[in-house]
Design a protein around this ligand. Structure first.
Ligand code: AMP
Length: 482
């Protein structure tokens, strides 16, 4: 199979858009999925963000929708034909931007609706008529109920990041949305993991799907230096401070398991003199976009995030990742460390392991198929860095300041994680059979080589949402590798 886009026989307007994006070769998921979607079959795809999956479904969908293309101004001539559902606002925004770019030389219209924003402008767009609607489930239901979105002519549905949608608790919303759609349709489901719940969802809503799997993009042992340090819960912040200082870490993601822990840790790190910002599910859209822009602009050192919130962030080449908490699901470890060490750059992933984390570490060892070496940490004398008062603190979530909580609260927070600790259930039960996909060790690229599609020369494409106003140039580490 040729991996060149020219082998696909895409219509000229789509070919032109692809050429303008600077894509030369298809990514593995594109090479596998596009020909299948072009035949109209259902697809169940195992692929993560960063694999080129958006184009893998958008291009063939747009190609198939071209038969409906028209330049009429009548909304009735532009019913929703394709619906793309995503778990987070950021992901919906990013996918919608890409769809717009791929469709820009056609008369097919697209828009995006997600929560946390005024419904009025979204309603106005919907009323004009759009062929491709990108949405998060909750807000879409609001529009359906308000009769702004009519879905009885939908031919294609994409359930993107399906595992995250279930994690967030969107299953009932998804089921309701799917009940509004015609039975005769093509359904594409993409998920990074294939848990029993995802398989159930696929069995209920997909018809004889073609299964497509691609190996993880990189996040490999060869490019990411991984360390595990044994630290008591009360010393974790100190450990972060010390490691940041010792290793000269300029920016990092700090992953935590709970929303409350996320907000509190960001505040505490700020008090320690580090510039930190929290990113979790309870933040408003505006707050998230501000935080993201500040991080990308290099105004913030540490982005403290929960897995669910981070999932929607288009930030990949971070110099370091801290797992402040060992993730409840070992698969999340792979997602987390996949944020660093990309495109041949060396990355650093540091996991802080506290005495109560034994079972989580065992789960991780099972997934990674190796025994983890847990190192002790020796603390140096610790002085705050002083940056807190150096006048550079231009962005800060004032709403969360000055809210100290007690120790009881801290222990309770573990219980109130953003996501139920699914692995907890396995403690008593016999080990659940794992999907063979996740039994595979990391796939390291050939010595020093990134996949061809990643190294292909392409014009840098801005991935910063139009909603995000960066104050200054995006830090070099976010530039597209040349
Ligand atoms: P996605 O997984 O869809 O979020 O895509 C990840 C990134 O890869 C996006 O910035 C895309 O613009 C880029 N991309 C997608 N397909 C290709 C390709 N064939 N060649 C180079 N870059 C691509």
């Amino acid at each position: 199979m040729s991996d060149s886009f020219s082998s696909l026989g895409l219509a000229e307007p789509l070919k032109r858009a692809v050429a303008e994006m600077g894509y030369e070769q298809m990514t593995p998921i594109q090479a596998q999925a596009i020909p299948v979607v072009l035949t109209g079959r259902d697809v169940m795809g195992a692929a993560q963000t960063g694999t080129g999956k958006t184009a893998a479904f958008s291009l063939p969908l747009l190609q198939r929708l071209l038969k409906h293309e028209n330049s009429s101004t009548s909304p009735a001539r532009h019913p929703v034909r394709a619906l793309v559902l995503l778990p987070t606002r950021e992901l919906a925004d990013q996918v919608a931007q890409q769809v717009k770019l791929y469709a820009k030389h056609t008369n097919l219209r697209s828009t995006v609706v997600f929560g946390g924003m005024d419904m009025k402008p979204q309603t106005a767009e919907l009323k004009k008529g759009v062929e491709v609607l990108v949405a998060t489930p909750g807000r879409l239901l609001d529009h359906i109920e308000a009769k702004n979105a009519v879905l009885n002519q939908v031919e294609y549905v994409v359930l993107d990041e399906a595992d995250r949608m279930l994690d967030i608790g969107f299953l009932p919303d998804l089921q309701r949305i799917l009940s509004y759609l015609p039975k005769q349709r093509t359904t594409l489901l993409f998920s990074a993991t294939f848990s029993p719940e995802i398989k159930r969802l696929a069995n209920s809503y997909l018809h004889d799907p073609t299964t497509i799997e691609v190996s993880r993009p990189n996040a490999t042992a060869s490019t990411v230096e991984q360390h595990f340090f044994s630290v008591g819960d009360d010393d974790k912040r100190r450990a972060v401070r010390q490691l940041v200082r010792q290793r000269g870490i300029s920016q990092a993601f700090v992953f935590v398991n709970s929303k409350l822990g996320c907000a509190r840790l960001a505040r505490s790190l700020e008090r320690d003199g580090l510039k930190a910002v929290a990113m979790h599910g309870d933040k408003s859209q505006d707050e998230r976009l501000k935080a993201l822009a500040a991080f990308k602009a290099g105004e913030v050192d540490l982005l403290v995030a929960t897995d669910v919130a981070a999932r929607g962030l288009d930030i990949k080449d971070v110099p370091a990742v801290f797992n402040f908490d060992v993730p409840f699901n070992p698969e999340d470890y792979v997602h987390r460390i996949g944020r660093t060490g990309r495109a041949g750059a060396s990355g650093l992933a540091i996991t802080l392991v506290s005495p109560g984390d034994g079972r989580l570490v065992a789960d991780l060892e099972k997934l990674l198929k190796k025994k983890l070496e847990i190192e002790p940490i020796e603390f140096e004398e610790d002085r705050p860095r002083g940056r807190i008062n150096d006048g550079r603190r231009t962005w800060r979530d004032r709403g969360e300041l000055g809210d100290d909580r007690d120790v009881m609260e801290r222990s309770r927070e573990r219980e109130r994680s953003e996501r139920p600790p699914r692995r907890e259930a396995y403690a008593a039960a016999p080990a659940a059979p794992k999907d063979p996909f996740f039994e595979q060790p990391y796939e390291a690229p050939a010595e020093g080589a990134a996949p061809a599609w990643e190294t292909a020369k392409k014009e840098p494409v801005s991935r910063v949402s139009s909603n995000i106003k960066t104050k200054r140039k995006v830090a070099a580490l976010f530039k597209t590798p040349q």
